[in-house]
Write a protein that binds this ligand. Sequence first.
Ligand SMILES: [Zn+2]
Length: 62
Amino acid sequence: MHRCDNCGYLYNPDLGDSSQSIAPGTLFEDLPKSWKCPRCGASMKSFQKYNCETSSNKKACL
Ligand SMILES: [Zn+2]
């Protein structure tokens, strides 16, 4: 999982991103460079790795 620092959007590789034609199963590392946060439009550089197991906000990962 990767999380947008700007808006909190979580990229889930199991789901992909249908709004930008990203197929389910696409790893964050394999996203096209042009990919942007579907919620706020931030670039991939705004995303940080996010570990659901250690997060205090597990609901964000559901
Ligand atoms: Zn965002």
